[in-house]
Write a protein that binds this ligand. Sequence first.
Ligand code: CUA
Length: 163
Amino acid sequence: MLHVDRFESAFMQLAVLMLLAFAGAVLIAVFGLGIHLPDVSEPLPPAEVDTTVGFDNPGLRMIHPDWYEAYIVVQAWQFTPSEITVPVGSRVTFFLASKDIIHGFKIEGTNVNIMVIPGQISEVTTTFDKPGTYLFVCHEYCGALHHTMSGTITVVEEPANGG
Ligand code: CUA
């Protein structure tokens, strides 16, 4: 007859319960809270970046008060534009497309941290609740001047000039 120690049995049950709790937490995060990986909004070949609406005139657009879209063209070794100003409280959706190789886009002090992979548009949204200057950098090694590839987002108290 199989003998399972009382404590061993209890720990096995505890382990099963924990696994169920973790699986439940993942399901709640995905379906309840809508937490997911950054979106790939659509494919975009590098050769077509310059002629695609949005990227043909990169920069900030106001969609609604407190809601902006920023189109950023990415290439070795620069972001275009590299300086963006928005009023405090703004929600900004960033669309990024690379014209050459893989780059990264990380905004210090925010949850924005995505890859910019040639052939697709990378999309990420964040809200700037505090005024200040936010540095953004390429955090994927992309060659000799990778370390110079950066820009800033300035979050100001009063409304910006509309972008
Ligand atoms: Cu672009 Cu590193």
